[in-house]
Design a protein around this ligand. Sequence first.
Ligand code: GSH
Length: 234
Amino acid sequence: MIRLYFHPTPNPAKIALFLEETGLPYEVIPIDTKKGEQHAPFFTAINPNGKVPAIVDTDGPGGRQARVFDSTAILLYLAEKTGQFLGGPADRPELLSWLLFIASGLGPFSGQAVHFQHVAPEGLDYAVNRYRREAERHYRVLDRHLEGRRYIVDDSYTIADMSAWGWLDRAGFVFKGADDPLAPFPNLKRLFETINARPAASRARAVGKDHDFKTANDEEAKRALYPSNYPPAA
Ligand SMILES: N[C@@H](CCC(=O)N[C@@H](CS)C(=O)NCC(=O)O)C(=O)O
């Protein structure tokens, strides 16, 4: 059994998609990040970084319980555990390259673009421009790579596509104000629609819907999500 520590946001969504694609049995444990549950000691014992997603595999290596945190680590762990969605051995260089490109580039720049356009105080034009443009650049790199390819790793649907899907699903936030945010990236749009058409994608989108996650961006939420903005008094 896999326990998935979840909030309805891009990185946990990737894992929900993987679990739905494979049919691995799993239980969802909501972590309400706007209430600060990611900082609770029971959770930081699973992810010391205090972010979702994280999993506990009750049947980990050697039959022992194992924790895994960070969406890319979880995707690789579960793909290796099940032997699914890794492509073939010859695909590994491309798979690892694109997975890490999404983990260290496309994802974080998208996250910062969302932060500076939706959360930060008005007037930080330099930061808005930098993160939005860098997000766009990463989407363009992946879009060009997808020219003439069905999936990121050629013809195999892999965890790299699932990792991208988590963010493509939020393109409307990343590219604030765009009517059709993926229109400038036609190959990414095609990939997104291909994955969306899979039954597992609709099931993944339904994960967590039965939980009443906090939505208000009040002071409690800001302190929970951006604790570094509130340094303790010297
Ligand atoms: N590199 C991490 C990033 C995880 C991450 O930023 N998670 C967000 C949700 S998508 C989160 O937990 N936010 C709450 C917080 O930062 O306190 C991953 O890929 O899992």
